[in-house]
Design a protein around this ligand. Structure first.
Ligand code: NAD
Length: 304
């Protein structure tokens, strides 16, 4: 089976460098028409230039592909609307959206200014929502859409000094969970990539021998699968150095407390059992949890 993107139109945000550049180049190589979005910012989001996006477009065109650059700031609704309008004018549809643009402003929470917290949430969460919101009606109308969001192990598992980034990246999971449900009837599939790659963002983090294993091209195959015709939906795919893994959230069976046990002391006494992962399950809708608790409570009280 060959995965191709002929006649598909893709927008890749933050595609002037790193992972986004790699995603855009590979999508174009496999037939997609690609909007290379990038405002050409530095790692902390300051500054801007057209050159990063333009040079990726040149690279795609030199290899025989189709691409156009757009310098929209993903968190600016007006600029995003212009990008979407120009894409529709040029190519008439938008099939794939890869939300990849991102910045870092690391500091321990004690030293973090709220402006730096807001800016990181703005680019990652509000930026992802803004671009997705602009393409959503088009994908619904087409009855076809493939959307990827980019999370991070920092959000899924935690990383010292990244409360802003970790919070914004964990939000990707909630965003995906809901859009997966709302998009399903219109054939819109939504997935999350959780990459770890050697890019300018992580330049100082990896020792040289690890660095050489972690190029963006070791991750892009996973992203292409997540936005392909036969893509899954609601998957969190970890990717790095050619290793791919799926992250899931599970809930333990739990314990239902009644009477005097329904107290902080009762929770403390039962906590080992509450946290026991034997028989844990993956819930895929919020109301599954509500139904489970209501059913357990009724049973614990001898009700049907
Ligand atoms: P990068 O800095 O190389 O590339 C990010 C690109 O996004 C830059 O070209 C930048 O100009 C662009 N950008 C920043 N703000 C933008 C905005 N407001 N609008 C449009 N473009 C904007 O970083 P990368 O490592 O390739 O990261 C890509 C994505 O992957 C990010 O979302 C990042 O958080 C995520 N990620 C990266 C790693 C890693 O190990 N590199 C790990 C986890 C998650």
């Amino acid at each position: 089976m060959t995965i191709r993107f002929d006649n598909r139109v893709a927008i890749v945000t933050g595609a002037g460098a790193g992972l986004g550049r790699s995603h855009a180049i590979e999508l174009a190589k496999r037939g997609a028409k690609v909007v290379v979005n990038d405002l050409g910012a530095s790692v902390d989001g300051s500054g801007g230039s057209d050159s990063a996006a333009n040079s990726v477009v040149d690279e795609i065109k030199a290899a025989g592909g189709e691409a156009m650059a757009h310098g929209a700031d993903v968190s600016n609704a007006e600029q995003v609307a212009d990008m979407v309008a120009r894409t529709m004018e040029a190519w008439g549809r938008i099939d794939i959206l890869v939300n990849n643009a991102g910045i870092l402003r690391d500091k321990t929470f004690a030293k973090m200014e709220m402006a730096d917290f807001r800016k990181v949430v703005d680019v990652h969460l509000i930026g992802t929502a803004t671009v997705t919101h602009a393409v959503w009606p088009i994908m619904r109308e087409q009855k076809y859409g493939r959307i990827a969001v980019t999370a991070s192990s920092s959000g899924l598992y935690g990383n010292f000094g990244q409360s802003n980034y970790g919070a914004a990246k964990a939000a990707m999971m909630g965003f995906m969970n809901v859009l997966h449900l709302e998009g399903a009837r219109d054939n819109i599939r939504v997935n999350t990539l959780a990459p770890t790659a050697a890019t300018r963002m992580t330049m100082d983090l990896f020792p040289p021998e690890t660095h050489d294993l972690m190029g963006p091209e070791t991750i892009t195959p996973g992203l292409l699968y997540l936005v392909s015709e036969d893509a899954p939906s609601r998957v969190i795919l970890g990717a790095g150095a050619g290793c791919f893994a799926v992250t899931k959230v599970y809930e333990t069976p739990g314990v239902t407390l009644t009477g005097d046990d329904l107290s902080p002391e009762g929770v403390a006494a039962a906590f080992d059992q509450i946290a026991d992962t034997t028989g844990q399950e993956e819930l895929t809708q919020a109301f599954q949890q509500t139904r489970k608790y209501a059913k357990n409570a009724a049973e614990a009280r001898g009700m049907k």
